[in-house]
Design a protein around this ligand. Structure first.
Ligand SMILES: Cc1cc2nc3c(=O)[nH]c(=O)nc-3n(C[C@H](O)[C@H](O)[C@H](O)COP(=O)(O)OP(=O)(O)OC[C@H]3O[C@@H](n4cnc5c(N)ncnc54)[C@H](O)[C@@H]3O)c2cc1C
Length: 389
């Protein structure tokens, strides 16, 4: 076997989300001997985050979503897993990390898989701090605890995650209000006709849309909340859920002096500006691309697992369409990556919408499909050029 990038010194992975755990699994496919330590701020339970926005209608409690606990993961991965432990600092020159408990861990190679942080919209009112963002199983458990049977939910943000939660909550019998500044849901990803069909299907399920406006203030009123929207409307809700977006968590990398743009800047080998520090998943910007989805991080983890086992491997991104989990109106979207000037060609019939996004040279760079037209995904994806060759 060829030499490891960091010899046989430990690999330390910060983060036990899909990016951290999948990298560990991929490393173990090639090498069961290299010492491996995973440090995570949470309890280390393995779960599939996409399940958080469609668990309710499937009658799954938060505990049902944890597929394996940290002990089972440690055994599977031949790893030491430090749970409820935060890495507080990295010293790239000494190749060590320090935990919040003051422990220092030496690494040969360090993998940052620290995920993303919810963006907070500043609100007026005494209940501004009660808004819940769901970006982790623990957040989801808090959300479910706060949500009474049949309780009303106000969702801030009509994007992908906001629409998925709206569909799931409405399907489970909750009154749902969705607020956002755009004229249609999923405005940035879908052509108008596709967005309108999604909007109509969710409205038929009971979702009340407040589009073209934002939440300005949130007050407590007894056991519930009263939101005042910028257009003057008032909305009462038991729980307010923010789905306005996430930003890569680059704090550790930045403090350590590593190159950071929108995410932790890494090359096709997932290598940061320090040759022994790698990053992937929601915290990373791979060759200029921030793609906070499961398929890209899986591709990165496969490449990085091989690299850490001694075979430097560059990541390649084929086009990776995203399935929006809105069963009321199935949607598949393949955004243009990297973003490129172009126009939508839209074809709509009873079966659904097919939007083809072509650049100025007529090359298919992305597409959006709804309802029955989602069947066309496999054929179309073959026509789209790779995102990263
Ligand atoms: C509700 C929801 C639904 C989604 N649905 C889909 C979908 O249908 N399809 C899709 O492709 N994508 C979906 N996504 C996106 C996808 O789930 C994420 O891209 C992916 O899970 C990110 O994984 P990650 O490991 O990079 O980050 P995370 O899962 O956020 O993991 C970060 C880890 O880092 C740890 N950590 C952070 N800082 C430190 C520190 N200093 N010290 C120690 N540990 C630290 C955390 O405790 C955590 O274990 C969804 C996201 C959400 C929120």
């Amino acid at each position: 076997m060829s030499e490891h990038p960091g010899g046989n010194e430990p690999v330390v992975i910060v983060g036990a989300g899909l990016a951290g755990y999948t990298t560990a699994r991929e490393l173990r496919k090639h090498d069961r001997a290299r010492p491996l330590v995973i440090v995570t701020a949470d309890d280390g339970a393995f779960y599939s985050k996409p399940m958080l926005s469609n668990a309710l209608a499937q009658h799954k409690a938060p505990a049902d979503l944890a597929l394996k606990d940290a002990g089972a993961m440690a055994a599977e991965l031949d790893a030491e897993i430090l749970t409820r432990t935060r890495v507080a600092a990295i010293d790239p020159a000494a190749r060590t990390v320090t935990t919040d408990g003051g422990r220092t861990l030496a690494y040969g190679d360090l993998v940052l898989a620290t995920g993303a942080l919810p963006i907070h919209v500043p609100l007026e009112g005494d209940a501004a701090g009660a808004v819940i963002s769901v970006n982790h199983l623990d957040d989801y458990a808090r959300f479910r605890e706060a949500l009474p049977e049949g309780g009303t939910v106000l969702v801030m943000g009509p994007g992908l995650i906001g629409c998925e939660f709206a569909n799931d909550l409405a399907a489970a019998g909750h009154p749902v209000h969705v607020v956002g500044p755009a004229p249609h849901p999923l405005d940035r990803l879908l052509p108008g006709p596709a967005a309108r069909r999604l909007q109509r299907a969710l409205a038929e399920l009971g979702v009340v849309w407040h589009l073209g406006t934002t939440v300005a203030a949130l007050q407590r009123t007894g056991g519930t909340f009263r939101a005042r929207l910028a257009d003057g409307t008032g909305v009462d809700a038991h729980v307010v859920l923010s789905a306005v977006g996430l930003a890569p968590d680059t704090r550790l990398a930045e403090a350590a002096g590593l190159a950071v743009n929108r995410g932790i800047a890494v090359d096709r080998y997932l290598r940061s500006s320090d040759p022994h520090v790698y990053a992937l998943g929601d915290c990373a910007e791979v060759e200029g691309l921030v793609l906070p989805f499961v398929m890209p991080l899986m591709a990165c983890a496969r490449a990085l697992g091989a690299t850490l086992a001694g075979t430097p491997t560059a990541v390649r991104y084929p086009p990776m369409p995203v399935t929006v989990k809105t069963p009321a109106c199935p949607v598949v979207v393949c955004p243009p990556v990297p973003p490129v000037e172009g126009t939508w060609e839209v074809d709509e019939d009873d079966d659904g919408v097919r939007g083809l996004y072509r650049d100025r040279d007529g090359v298919l760079r992305g597409f959006a499909l709804t309802e029955g037209r989602v069947r066309e995904k496999q054929a179309l994806v073959k026509e789209v050029p790779p995102w990263l060759e």
